[in-house]
Design a binder for this molecule. Structure first.
Ligand code: FES
Ligand code: FES
Length: 157
C-alpha cells in the first residue's frame, strides 16, 4: 500500500508516453502537469472547477484537472493539448475561428474531442450542453459551434 504522507512517485501515461514524477499528496493534476511536467498548454483559470480552462482527458473522459488529485490519476492515460498536434478538432478551431484568447482554447478543444467521440452525429443540443463547462469571456460561441460542425465532417472523411 502506498504511503501518502509525503512526496510519492507516480506513474502516468501522458500523451502516449509513460512518465514517472514526484507529487505531493495534495497536488492537483493541473499543478502536476504544469509545474512538474512543464505541460503548460493546460491552463489555470479559476482553480475552482468553474471555467473549464484546465480540461484534459483522463482515460478518454474530460475532467477539470484543477479538481482532481494527481494521486487519483496514477496509472491513467492522460491526454493534454500537447498530445493533440495536428488533430482535426484543433485544425477546425483554427480554421473556423473557434478560439479568441487562446487561454480557454486548450480546454475547449479537449472537451470537444470527447464530445465528438460521444456524439459523432450532428447534435446541436448535445453540443450546447456539453460545452457549457467551458466558459469564454471574450466574445461568443458561434465560432466554436462552427468548429464543432467542421470537425465532425473531417472526422467522418
Ligand atoms: S481552472 Fe479548472 S475549472 Fe477553472
Ligand atoms: S476564448 Fe478565452 S475568453 Fe474567449
Amino acid at each position: 500500500m502506498k504511503d501518502y504522507a509525503g512526496p510519492i512517485e507516480l506513474s502516468l501515461r501522458i500523451n502516449g508516453e509513460t512518465r514517472r514524477v514526484q507529487a505531493r499528496p495534495g497536488d492537483s493534476l493541473l499543478r502536476l502537469l504544469r509545474e512538474r511536467l512543464g505541460l503548460t498548454g493546460t491552463k489555470c483559470g479559476c482553480e475552482n472547477g468553474d471555467c473549464g480552462a484546465c480540461t484534459v482527458l483522463v482515460d478518454g473522459a474530460p475532467i477539470k484537472s484543477c479538481m482532481a488529485l494527481a494521486v487519483e490519476c496514477e496509472g491513467s492515460d492522460i491526454l493534454t493539448i500537447e498530445g493533440l498536434r495536428g488533430h482535426p478538432v484543433q485544425k477546425a478551431f483554427a480554421v473556423e475561428n473557434g478560439f479568441q484568447c487562446g487561454f480557454c482554447t486548450p480546454g475547449m478543444i479537449l472537451n470537444a474531442v470527447a464530445l465528438l467521440s460521444a456524439h459523432p452525429e450532428e447534435d446541436e443540443e448535445a453540443d450546447r450542453e456539453w460545452m457549457q463547462s467551458n466558459i469564454c469571456r471574450c466574445t461568443g460561441y458561434e465560432g466554436i459551434r462552427l468548429a464543432l460542425a467542421s470537425a465532425r465532417r473531417s472526422l467522418k472523411d
